[in-house]
Design a protein around this ligand. Structure first.
Ligand SMILES: Nc1ncnc2c1ncn2[C@@H]1O[C@H](COP(=O)(O)OP(=O)(O)OP(=O)(O)O)[C@@H](O)[C@H]1O
Length: 302
């Protein structure tokens, strides 16, 4: 069974069409990461999936339950964590967890908090007021809050924004541990390295649609290949002139010439035929970042 199945979802705010036609499925027990530029509609989509917002059209099934027909049932199966908004500063971490546990109707609140605190290693700071927490502690408490009541599907909206690299790695570990315990995690992030490292599947949302999806490796394979070319310094200017004469487009970073797959072999042949000394010619490593820029049409602007 899919944890999430979305078909032809649409949502507009007045006449601003944010989700034009979103279809997507997320398997149970995986970390799925939704990527998209600012304003692409990630939060809107998460809010629809978490029953906070109504879609205009389309169908959503969460763990076999229809979102439109059984929103209450869906609410029992999920939790949503949205960037520290839910934490009460004046309370301790423990009290925050207690409050949410009571709200969610957890029977043995104390045992539930102990379970979560042990899993996320929160003991050292749960008694302190949230107002005194560092950014990293807050995000860990946020994640703890989303585990209360043992939901099967957890939405994390930018769980590591504003977190330093050390704590970020801790949070990644935690997310993977939660996944390994059989939960499904749907997250958004601004950090492409994070998506690459912790996701089982990723999806890019752009212009109201999922334009690319798959495992990070599959997505990278779908991207157009680029080759990196380096010339001997004495031949550099002549080499560039030959590429220009041949109308072969390239991008230049320092002294490295980047060519896309369609022109790379031709460029190499032209250069070698004219006796240009080629020092390096190899396939560029594809990063999610370069794919993201390509997908969103911002290539070259960065
Ligand atoms: N309540 C609302 N009323 C009107 N427009 C809205 C509302 N909420 C969001 N929008 C608009 O919808 C678009 C998508 O917003 P959304 O917050 O879903 O994007 P996002 O991908 O989560 O962005 P970010 O990465 O910046 O958080 C934006 O243009 C935003 O201004």
């Amino acid at each position: 069974m899919d944890a999430i199945r979305i078909e032809n979802l649409r949502k507009s705010y007045k006449n601003h069409e944010v989700l034009k036609d979103v279809s997507l499925s997320v398997k149970q027990g995986e970390v799925f990461t939704l990527l998209g530029e600012n304003g692409a509609g990630k939060t809107t989509l998460i809010h629809i999936l978490a029953t906070l917002l109504h879609a205009d059209a389309g169908t959503v099934t969460i763990l076999g339950e229809s979102l439109a027909e059984k929103p209450d049932k869906v609410r029992e199966l999920i939790s949503l964590n949205s960037q520290s908004n839910t934490l009460d500063e004046a309370f301790s971490g423990y009290e925050n967890l207690k409050l949410i546990a009571e709200l969610r109707g957890v029977k043995d609140v104390k045992a539930e908090i102990t379970r979560i605190s042990e899993r996320l290693n929160l003991d050292s700071f749960l008694k302190r007021k949230v107002a005194e927490y560092s950014g990293g502690m807050r995000r860990r408490l946020d994640i703890a809050m989303s585990l209360v009541g043992d939901p099967s599907l957890i939405f994390l909206d930018e769980p590591t924004t504003g977190v330093d690299p050390k704590n970020r790695i801790e949070i990644w570990k935690t997310i993977q541990e939660i996944r390994d315990s059989g939960k499904t995690i749907f997250l958004t992030t601004q950090y492409l390295e994070e998506a690459d490292r912790i996701s089982d599947h990723i999806g890019f949302i752009h212009d109201g649609r999922i334009v690319l999806s798959g495992t990070p490796e599959q997505v990278k394979q779908k991207a157009e290949k680029h080759y990196l070319l380096e010339l001997d310094a004495t031949d550099f200017d002549q080499g560039l002139a030959l590429l220009q004469e041949g109308n072969l487009s390239y991008q230049l970073t320092d002294k490295t010439i980047e060519l896309n797959e369609t022109v790379a072999q031709e460029a190499l042949q032209i250069l070698l035929a004219k006796g240009i000394s080629v020092e390096k010619f190899n396939l560029a490593e594809v990063s999610l970042e370069s794919i993201f820029l390509h997908v969103t049409g911002n290539e070259g602007e960065k």
